[in-house]
Design a protein around this ligand. Structure first.
Ligand SMILES: Nc1ncnc2c1ncn2[C@@H]1O[C@H](COP(=O)(O)OP(=O)(O)O)[C@@H](O)[C@H]1O
Ligand SMILES: [Mg+2]
Length: 366
């Protein structure tokens, strides 16, 4: 049974002419880790704050554990929250900061100590127990903020960009720590981020939003391999999926600039007779230059000249202009192509996407 249910949830801020969050529907299972992701201003925080009870729900119904929450006060919703700007109390030690909320809840002192000890241990803060925030690193402070939330022993965890203030390296290690914490505690978690990598690496399921509207919800690889529309295709994955304006006529795909290729039968089948102008999408790693792929595709080989290369260490990005667009192929670090080289390439048929030029709908997934 669904543990958190969004039923036609809408949000209109006072004085606004349109809804900031539009008809949000979702069922979240107990213990799931859900990421809300999307560009800044798309309504992620607003949705999360409606779950927390800090923001009024102006349309629809929200249920947690089967109980309608619309009118329930934040402290009675059974949630704990971590924000980007987790203001720790500067004059309090780590242990006092972590236990502060419990003291407010009027728990007996020995029980508070037990919970604080547990949180300090699980977060690896033993050494810092008596330090004040100004003597902690950013990552340690963030762990204290997490500690404050986990001691509350709530069934739902809400996090709003909790790692955005940390430097890149720390973000990566905190990602793993939060995932581990989630496995240990099992609290149902909603995690808001604008960073698609965080969403991909941490979440059981991702909800992608744009302008207050859910674009797609699903497991990370579902979204990566089967994007419902061009926005999702472009948002998930780095470097971004390559997009080309093409015209499909019969079994031919024509790129602007004259190149054309025969569309493989399995792709034609998925296109279900769609013809005309559309956007062709292919990820960098699905542009192939190896002998085996080229042989498999027979005469359907394209040519281009590399205009730029990016050495990533584990792999290389090769940039080239093709079909009137700038494109990038991702190849192994053992690939020795260089700037100025002519490449011959083909596309992995099962990874070819075709989007409606107006609505962005992915024809091969629709
Ligand atoms: N208190 C508010 N009053 C009016 N508009 C708001 C308020 N908070 C946020 N907004 C607007 O709602 C939209 C979504 O904001 P938000 O939910 O914070 O987006 P995100 O978290 O995805 O960046 C933005 O256009 C923002 O300006
Ligand atoms: Mg936000």
């Amino acid at each position: 049974m669904s543990f958190i249910t969004f039923k036609h949830i809408c949000k209109r801020y006072p004085g606004a002419e349109t809804d900031t969050v539009k008809d949000f529907n979702m069922e979240i299972e107990e213990k799931e880790f859900i990421a809300f992701v999307g560009p800044s201003g798309c309504g992620k925080s607003t949705t999360l704050r409606m779950v927390a009870g800090f923001e009024e729900i102006t349309g629809g119904e929200l249920y947690i554990g089967g109980k309608k929450m619309n009118e329930v006060a934040p402290r009675d919703r059974g949630i704990a929250m971590v924000f980007q700007n987790y203001a720790l109390y500067p004059h309090m030690t780590v242990e006092k900061n972590i236990g502060y909320g419990l003291k407010n809840m009027k728990l007996p002192a020995d029980e508070i100590k037990k919970k604080v000890d547990w949180a300090i241990k699980i977060l690896g803060l033993e050494e810092y127990r008596y330090r004040k925030p100004k003597n902690l690193s950013g990552g340690q402070r963030q762990r204290v903020a997490l500690g404050r939330a986990i001691v509350k022993d709530q069934k739902v965890f809400l996090m709003d960009e909790p790692l955005s203030n940390l430097d890149a390296k720390l973000r990566v290690s905190m990602r793993t720590e939060i995932s581990k914490l989630h496995r240990e505690l099992g609290a149902t978690t909603i995690y808001v981020t604008h960073d698609q990598v965080e969403a991909m690496t941490m979440a059981d399921r991702i909800v992608i939003m744009k302008e207050g509207v859910v674009q797609q919800a699903g497991r990370p690889m579902e979204l990566y391999d089967h994007p419902a529309n061009q926005f999702v295709a472009g948002f998930i994955g780095s470097p971004q999926m390559n997009f080309f304006d093409v015209t499909v006529k019969g079994d031919q795909m024509e790129f602007s600039g004259g190149s054309h290729m025969t569309i493989p039968a399995e792709v034609l089948e998925k296109l279900k007779g769609k013809q005309g102008n559309m956007v062709f999408g292919i990820r960098g790693e699905d542009i192939r230059m190896d002998a085996q792929s080229l042989e498999a595709c027979g005469k359907e080989q394209m040519k281009a000249v590399i205009t730029d290369t990016e050495v990533m260490g584990n792999e290389n990005n090769l940039y080239f202009t093709f079909g009137g667009a700038q494109a990038v192929a991702r190849v192994s670090k053992y690939d020795l192509h260089q700037m100025g080289d002519e490449i011959t390439f083909t596309f992995v048929p099962s990874k070819m996407h075709f989007f409606d030029r107006e609505t962005g709908v992915n024809y091969v997934e629709a």
